[in-house]
Design a protein around this ligand. Structure first.
Ligand code: IFM
Length: 449
């Protein structure tokens, strides 16, 4: 089956399903050194020659720090009932420890209150990659002290905003921070030491579990969870080599996170493969990591195809791909969700990110992006299909609300359903935004019947 095109995916969604759009602080806020914000590892990383394709940075981005109110109006206009955003840790606690920055906290307070005033549920992520630089200088996520700094940060945000939040996710995509940040080094902090990547992943998971316990001890009423980037891992052929490699890659991407969170242990095959790079784990760590969550967020973009011989190129094989070169494979989302549901005692699942970068252009005030419309429609249908197979889903969020800083790819890759002209900061709803709004309107009409 190559595509999922049900006539009416809406029929499957309950009236209280959460529909949202998502962003992250570093990718949209700008105001990199304003109102007391400290530098993050991404501010520093962007200054290294050659690491960002277009040599850009997050200094201005979408200027959301100044345009937040109009942006919230735009979000409300889409008809979504939720907005997923992240807090910039160095904006609220510039050095990662020590003094808090009142102006930074006040910004997020305005944002949360602004969402509530517009009837939109705030879904907050604490860590979407922009660690305070000062903590990196002390060892960053590879250093156990950062776990304790993160717990303090989580407590501070909860004390200030927790009573008004619907959901708090501790981390966004720990695999990315660990592997791309510390093993391949293509993302901040740009380290290339596998042992440190593995240790960083353990500390991210540990800090997640400890933060959950700390927030619950504070009486936090928001739903608490974590967001993982997950994909089905398919062997390129039936050969034993391809199958073995796919199994190991599944271990590194999926089971390395799901097993500790839901079984309090790391997968043995991955530990065996790591040899002397296994993480240092203290007694009690695994139980802390497995602290029960209220929800699990899943970010899905594509499947992975694994070949022992050479990298598998979807485009060269004639498959539909996005501008990132990622295969468009909606049925992989159903497969992934059903597998999580069958293999683990998962709580309610949210699609916290799903979307595509496609080349699009602003012409005569319009942006026609049929590929993105098709991508979203087919992936929403894939979620509906997983629900029909018994998976408990709480919501779906489009990545992303608007074009933004796509990390090492700079500003060239556009994921938004809203186009951003970076010269003027003018926002224009793409066809996909109109499509999503119409879809949500029909959804509301159904619920009202
Ligand atoms: O832009 C990113 C986001 O920050 C995290 N998940 C994947 C997106 C697309 O690459």
């Amino acid at each position: 089956m190559n595509s999922i095109e049900p006539v009416d995916p809406q029929a499957d969604f309950p009236h209280d399903f959460v529909w949202g759009v998502a962003t992250s602080a570093f990718q949209i806020e700008g105001a990199a050194a304003e109102d007391g914000k400290g530098p993050s590892i991404w501010d520093s990383f962007c200054r290294r020659p050659g690491v960002i394709v277009d040599a850009s940075n997050g200094d201005i981005a979408c200027d959301h720090y100044h345009r937040w109110s109009a942006d919230l109006d735009m979000i409300a206009d889409l008809g979504v009932n939720a907005y997923r955003f992240s807090v910039s840790w160095p904006r609220v606690r510039p050095g990662g420890s020590g003094a808090w920055n009142e102006k930074g906290l006040a910004f997020y307070e305005r944002l949360v209150d602004g969402l509530l005033a517009r009837g939109i549920k705030p879904f907050l992520t604490l860590n979407h990659w922009d660690l305070p630089d000062e903590l990196q200088m002390a060892g960053g996520w590879a250093h156990r002290d950062t776990v304790h700094r993160f717990v303090e940060y989580a407590e501070g945000i909860n004390a200030r905003l927790g009573d008004r939040l619907v959901s708090i996710a501790t981390h966004n995509e720990p695999w990315v921070m660990a592997v791309l940040g510390h093993e391949s080094g293509v993302f901040a902090p740009g380290v290339q030491v596998r042992r440190l990547a593995v240790q960083a992943s353990h500390h991210l998971l540990l800090s997640h579990g400890m933060a959950l316990q700390a927030l619950r001890a504070q009486g936090c009423s928001a739903q608490l969870g974590l967001v993982l980037n997950l994909s089905p891992m398919h062997p390129a052929t039936d050969s034993a080599d391809d199958q073995a490699k796919a199994r190991l890659e599944d271990g590194r991407l999926v089971r390395w996170y799901m097993d500790p969170l839901f079984r309090a242990s790391y997968p043995q095959d991955v530990l065996d493969d790591l040899g002397s790079d296994v993480p240092r784990i203290k007694p009690g760590d695994m139980q802390l990591i497995a602290t029960p969550m209220d929800f699990l967020g899943v970010n899905y973009y594509s499947r992975s195809v694994v070949s022992a011989a050479e990298p598998w190129d979807a485009q060269a094989r004639g498959h539909e791909v996005s501008d990132m070169g990622w295969e468009v494979y909606p049925q992989g989302l159903t497969e992934l969700l059903v597998r999580l549901h069958q293999d683990y005692p998962v709580p309610v699942l949210y699609i916290t990110e799903n979307g595509g970068a496609f080349k699009d252009a602003l012409e005569a005030g319009q942006v026609h992006d049929p590929q993105r419309v098709s991508y979203l429609r087919r992936h929403i249908a894939a979620v509906a299909q997983a629900m029909r197979q018994g998976v408990r889903m709480g919501g779906y969020m489009v990545w992303s609300l608007m074009d933004n800083f796509e990390w090492a790819s700079g500003y060239g890759k556009r994921f938004g359903i809203v186009h951003v002209d970076y010269e003027t900061q003018r926002r224009t709803l793409k066809d996909s935004a109109h499509w999503y709004r119409d879809f949500l309107q029909r959804q509301k009409a159904r619920a009202g019947r």
